[in-house]
Design a protein around this ligand. Structure first.
Ligand SMILES: Nc1ncnc2c1ncn2[C@@H]1O[C@H](COP(=O)(O)OP(=O)(O)OP(=O)(O)O)[C@@H](O)[C@H]1O
Ligand SMILES: [Mg+2]
Length: 331
């Protein structure tokens, strides 16, 4: 976000029609965003300022061309403009290393191509719910300045069977046309259908068709499959991916980083320091921790207090624990 000084200046110069000063401030804002590693935003602002077609507009054009299911006219995928970057995620050092490598290869894909090599473009993310699979795929799109496309495989495979193959064809045609980061969510539904011998032969045919399309895909998009039921994937599926990343629940170090990140900018009056707070979040996912902190902050705001207290966090943790218990009972 631009600083309040810059916001005031930009309003002032726009209102008074002082174009030179307006442009000077605009350039400073762009520089500031670049320093904060917000490259996508900086590029968009630059393109708006200098009158080129903005990326946001070209992303929106993609959104108009989305393939739909013939029977129900439902969209087969969702296109997002990514907003969250690598700096918004807390990951294990192995995953940071692997993601940096994926980004490097894709930034230098043209150089690799000139040597007859392809950058990494088929990746599997697996691990428990709320551990950062979706947000990491979004961050890869953000860092590479590409649109982020999400396809829920379960809804495609389980939709009208006769139509599934043609739906898949439409999806692959679409992701062939443009460079994007494509997340195939709930990828395990493929393995599940495949190993279930009681299922109809038609499902197997569709699943094989999908795997084949995945194999033969040679467009410029990056395909990421995500699952939290990796046991349902057989070896034939695993070997299709060049990179496999395991997203675990956060360790103590990651919990501390996540707490620092989520409490940044919040005025606190906490007796417990971050290391002793972190112990309370053991065995929870990143998403659980984020939810607890968000609820604690809301609580402080709703009670018109300026400082976050230990009790806000403790109450929020016990709410979360009873929520988890109730969900388990229902299962
Ligand atoms: N590693 C992380 N670092 C920072 N925030 C995270 C992380 N993982 C999850 N979050 C927060 O929790 C939210 C949900 O996480 P995300 O959707 O990425 O989980 P997931 O692994 O894809 O889960 P699922 O298996 O249920 O699809 C994110 O939008 C983000 O705000
Ligand atoms: Mg997800």
């Amino acid at each position: 976000m631009a600083s309040s000084k810059h916001l005031r200046q930009i309003f002032q110069f726009a209102k008074s029609g002082d174009n030179d000063s307006f442009e000077k401030v605009a350039v400073e804002i762009i520089q500031e965003e670049r320093e904060k590693q917000h490259h996508l935003l900086a590029n968009d602002l630059e393109e708006i300022l200098y009158g080129k077609v903005s990326k946001v507009i070209s992303f929106n054009l993609l959104k108009e061309d989305i393939p739909t299911d013939k029977e129900k006219s439902l969209p087969l995928l969702t296109v997002y403009t990514p907003t969250r970057s690598i700096n918004d995620i807390v990951l294990s050092s192995e995953n940071v290393f692997q993601i940096e490598r994926i980004l490097l290869e894709n930034r230098k894909s043209e150089v690799l191509k000139s040597y007859g090599l392809k950058s990494i473009d088929k990746i599997l993310f697996y691990g428990p719910p709320g551990s950062g699979k979706t947000i990491s795929a979004e961050a890869i799109a953000y860092e590479l300045e590409l649109p982020f496309v999400v396809i829920r495989i379960d809804s495609i495979v389980s939709s009208f069977l006769g139509e599934t193959s043609s739906n898949l064809r439409k999806i692959f045609d679409y992701i062939q046309k443009n460079r994007m980061v494509v997340l195939f969510d709930e990828f395990d539904s493929i393995g599940r259908e495949r190993s279930d011998t009681s299922e109809h032969g038609e499902i197997k045919r569709v699943v094989n068709a999908l795997l084949q399309m995945f194999d033969t895909y040679n467009g410029n998009s990056i395909l990421i499959a995500a699952t939290n039921h990796e046991k349902n994937l057989d070896s034939a599926v695993w070997r299709r991916f060049e990179e496999v990343l395991y997203f675990s629940l956060p360790d103590n170090n990651q919990i501390m980083k996540l707490l620092e990140m989520k409490l940044r900018g919040v005025r606190r009056n906490l007796k417990k320091e971050i290391p002793s707070l972190a112990i309370l979040f053991k065995q929870m996912s990143h998403a659980d921790i984020e939810r607890i902190i968000r609820r604690a902050i809301k609580n402080m705001i709703l009670e018109s207090r300026e400082f976050l207290e230990d009790q806000d966090i403790l109450n929020s943790i016990s709410k979360e624990k009873s929520r988890i218990k109730n969900t388990k009972l229902k299962k």
